[in-house]
Write a protein that binds this ligand. Sequence first.
Ligand SMILES: *Cc1c(COP(=O)(O)O)cnc(C)c1O
Length: 346
Amino acid sequence: MINYPPRISLAQTPTPLHPLKRLQESIGGPLIWLKRDDLTGAVLSGNKVRKLEFIAAKAKQQACSALITCGGIQSNHCRATALVAAQLGFKCHLILRGIPSDQQLSDGNQLLDELSGCTISYHKPAEYFTHLDDIFAEVSKGFAERGDKALVIPTGGSDGDGLWGYIAACEELKKDFAQHQINPSVIITASGSGGTQAGLVVGAQLFDLAATVYGINVCDDEDYFVSKIAADIQEWQQKYPEQAKQLNCQPDQSKDLINIIDGYVGKGYGIASDAVIDTIRLLARTEGIVLDPVYSGKAFNGLLMEIANGRFNSSADATPENIVFIHTGGVFGLFAFKEQFAAAKS
Ligand SMILES: *Cc1c(COP(=O)(O)O)cnc(C)c1O
């Protein structure tokens, strides 16, 4: 048994795990099971809520009264953090990358951020990328001057604490697999800041899942994610030495457990190709499930391309493999892509 650190219940869990039978009938290939983490809540939906259960508990434990985090204008993580802050009575400040134009009305996640009553500062990408630490320090100082202690939450809530979210999800997956009497060989997620994959890698070891964990990166490249995820795992090992003993992995060995499928970033983070838009349409039409263009849709499109190229595809006479894809949510980000959906009508 694993000793969890303090946790505040925020996510609607367990989320369903179900097979995409109609998709398989339509395109063939292995059976893909979807772990519906898009259903962790209505507006608190997606993968970030699982991480925030542990991050918010840490904030309470450290007697913080405010949360600060950062991300793109359509960041799902920022939206989830702002709403969690409102729910639990924290003040909240979001450091967002990009300057919205005057004519543009707030859409998707940004609209929800504003509803939550948090404060927001917008920064030019060049300033954001070079001075993020300074911006965090300045916002923290502002809170301190007003008598508030703020917890700084890194991009995507991906660090040694946020990692617990997907360790706990692996305990849930273990029960799902027993209930459905399956033993999947593969678990796949979109990787954006790496914390989901880091948690899955550690959790799969701790709960003895037979599956190999793969991340399909939606930005940066394989080298970046291998180092980033290994660093998050190391931080977790240092912060939680008791639990790390059960991991049976030396801090310098975690890189061997990190599998990245690179090649589906396309033109960059937050830019979706027409193939991604088509994949989103395909799943909506065959299964009534909506992916997002930035993360889950881009990664799912990558998975379908890998399968089409023969990966994860069992030979005709073998039992079809079971693949688990984590639907990490992101539906609100979809609405910021309405022009592209209109242009690619079919
Ligand atoms: C943040 C996010 C991801 C990526 O998760 P990381 O833990 O940051 O790698 C995937 N999908 C959605 C919808 C997200 O918001």
